[in-house]
Design a protein around this ligand. Structure first.
Ligand code: PMP
Length: 372
């Protein structure tokens, strides 16, 4: 059976090999006689699954030893509270607003700290990322928050800012929900990274948290114990029952990522380097198709266009419904844009093969020609 290409922004398509392996292991994981869903999180079988997932993520993303990797619950939105509860010490926090998700983060954090907007792209309708040199950072901020990939507006930071070079000693907090593991991360610039798994890693229910060790142990007294990074770290993500099945699927996705290869013999790369190269090629194909057309357009500045979420519009919006129904008929699913911005959005996460983007581009050209 060939499956349709699914462009959902999340929960999103997973690698078919991962789904097949999960199906094969559904009733009996590795001769244990149990489904992963039925195992105690404290038993040796699940501990092995957890430890392998953590080690594989560390290896794939080259996470340095001074960072802890936590599997938590609550998703990106809960992290908007959990991060300030752990890191703000009730003080001041700088926010860089580049779209809906960073806006939401700033609003939620107001409950726990004094927020300050260091930069915002609101006046451009969130179509650019303000240059770090223009940010008005506070000297005594507890941390600086940014969303490194805005899923709705399609704005991505292709380089993380070097806060030290901007005169700030504050740790950088990134919400990498929608591009985690799609590219490498410069951990020397990061204090905390968080992201829900349901776009690039697995099913909804597990949140990846990567936190520098010196940031542990400063939670506000009102922070729930299950959300205190130090408590979670001290218990190896098993303070409460973790989302075991979601961790297992994320672990299978990490193994799939490790198997990925791109390039010719001699210059071949693997893992995240391979998926990053493929993601760049996929995004370029789609943006080139949009830019070279007279029907479609994308509003985001070229230097900060997302490789993962590609919002685009039809110049004649009365053709939106025909576009979507024609796409569906060709097995190109979930292309409707977010309701807050309209238009279309193609999310082309790690699991979207080049063939899916080629099929979308071919359909877009055909639709444009037919209607011309
Ligand atoms: N941050 C970003 C960048 C997101 O894309 C999303 C979900 N689309 C969230 C936060 C919220 O995640 P959740 O629904 O898992 O809380």
């Amino acid at each position: 059976m060939t499956r349709p290409f699914n462009f959902s922004a999340g929960p999103a398509a997973l690698p078919e090999e991962v789904l097949q392996q999960a199906a094969a292991e559904m009733l009996d994981w590795n001769g244990s006689g149990m489904s992963v869903m039925e195992m105690s999180h404290r038993g040796k079988e699940f501990i092995a699954i957890h430890d392998a997932a953590e080690a594989d993520f560390r290896e794939l993303m080259a996470v340095p030893d001074e960072f802890r990797i936590l599997f938590m619950q609550g998703g990106g939105l809960a992290e908007n509270a959990i991060a300030p509860l752990n890191l703000s010490r009730g003080g001041k926090v700088d926010f860089v607003l580049t779209g809906s998700w960073s806006e939401k983060s700033e609003k939620e954090a107001r409950k726990y700290c004094t927020t300050h907007v260091a930069a915002t792209a609101a006046d451009s309708g969130f179509t650019h990322a303000p240059a770090p040199a223009s940010w008005r950072l506070q000297r005594d901020a507890a941390y600086v928050h940014l969303c490194s990939n805005e899923t709705i507006h399609g704005v991505e930071f292709h380089d993380l800012p070097d806060l030290k070079a901007l005169g700030s000693d504050a740790p950088l907090v990134i919400d990498f929900s929608s591009h985690v593991a799609s590219r490498s991360v410069d951990w020397s610039r990061v204090g905390l990274a968080f992201g829900g798994a349901q776009k690039n890693l697995g099913p909804a229910g597990v949140t990846m948290v990567v936190v520098r060790e010196d940031l542990l142990g400063h939670a506000l007294p009102i922070c729930p114990s299950a959300f205190d990074y130090k408590t979670v770290a001290d218990h190896g993500s098993m303070f409460n029952t973790p989302p075991t099945y979601a961790i297992y699927i994320a672990g299978l996705t990490f193994q799939w990522l490790k198997r990925q290869r791109e390039g010719q013999a001699g210059t071949e790369v693997s893992g995240v380097a391979a998926i990053e190269r493929r993601n760049m090629a996929k995004a370029q194909l789609l943006y080139d198709a949009i830019d070279s057309s007279s029907l479609y357009f994308n509003k985001v500045d070229r230097g900060c266009r997302s490789r993962m979420n590609v919002p685009f519009y039809l110049r004649d919006e009365s053709r939106n419904e025909a576009f979507l129904s024609g796409a569906k008929a060709r097995g190109l699913l979930q292309l409707k844009g977010h309701k807050s911005v309209g238009g279309m959005r193609a999310s082309i996460y790690n699991a979207m093969p080049m063939a899916g983007v080629e099929a979308l581009v071919a359909y877009m050209r055909e639709f444009e020609q037919k209607q011309a």
